[in-house]
Design a protein around this ligand. Structure first.
Ligand SMILES: O=P(O)(O)OC[C@H]1O[C@H](OP(=O)(O)OP(=O)(O)O)[C@H](O)[C@@H]1O
Ligand code: HPA
Length: 180
């Protein structure tokens, strides 16, 4: 697997340090609030599971699955809910966790969809922000790392469903794209 990694963009140690900082910030901001951390499957899973253990508050978590990309690296712009929340959200502050905000199409749709359910608030925590690729205006409330326009994998991010279990964020060699 790692023979296709051209370079490590963000190391395991840098990820852990930054996620801990973000957890501390969120702990301060949500003290005394009814918090629901929402993980967007599948990419957010490693980030979310590390982040919630750095948030020193009572919280609940749930997941949604959305479709935006297939096996390709291009956004289709079409967002569909494949798995929805388990309960109503009128009494909670929702914190969406994402692995990456790229074109912004997924989040743009999701924020509007969640706001229509009248939660107390909706905010976004993302591991990576690739702001150079935005197609719609949306900016995360919490961001661990801003990255250039390179296709990255690892720590939840996939190429063709692989590489999600790498413990760091890496950039793929061009050969990887030809290998499928
Ligand atoms: O800002 P955008 O251009 O909309 O892209 C970001 C979305 O794309 C990825 O999900 P993907 O649909 O690949 O699903 P996955 O998390 O299961 O890999 C990522 O996890 C975000 O949800
Ligand atoms: O750079 C990326 N890597 C993996 N999945 C993605 N989805 C949007 N951008 C990316």
């Amino acid at each position: 697997m790692e023979e296709y990694i051209a370079k490590v963009l963000i190391s395991r140690e840098e990820l852990a340090k930054r996620v801990a900082e973000l957890g501390a910030e969120i702990t301060r901001d949500y003290a005394g609030k009814n918090l629901l951390v929402l993980g967007i499957l599948k990419g957010a899973v490693p980030f979310m599971s590390d982040l919630i253990r750095e948030i020193r508050l009572p919280l609940a978590y749930d997941f949604m699955a959305l479709s935006s990309y297939g096996a390709s690296t291009q956004s289709s712009g079409v967002v569909r809910i494949l798995k929805d929340l388990e309960r109503s959200v009128e009494d909670v502050h929702i914190l969406i966790t994402e692995d990456i905000v790229d074109t912004g199409l997924t989040l743009n749709y999701l924020i509007a969809n969640l706001k229509a359910r009248n939660p107390l608030s909706v905010k976004v925590a993302t591991l990576l922000d690739k702001a150079g690729r935005r197609k719609v205006e949306v900016s995360p409330d919490y961001n661990c790392f801003s990255i250039p326009d390179e296709f990255v994998v690892g720590y939840g991010l996939d190429f063709n469903e692989e590489y999600r279990n790498l413990p760091y964020i890496g950039v793929l060699k061009p050969e990887a794209y030809k290998s499928i």
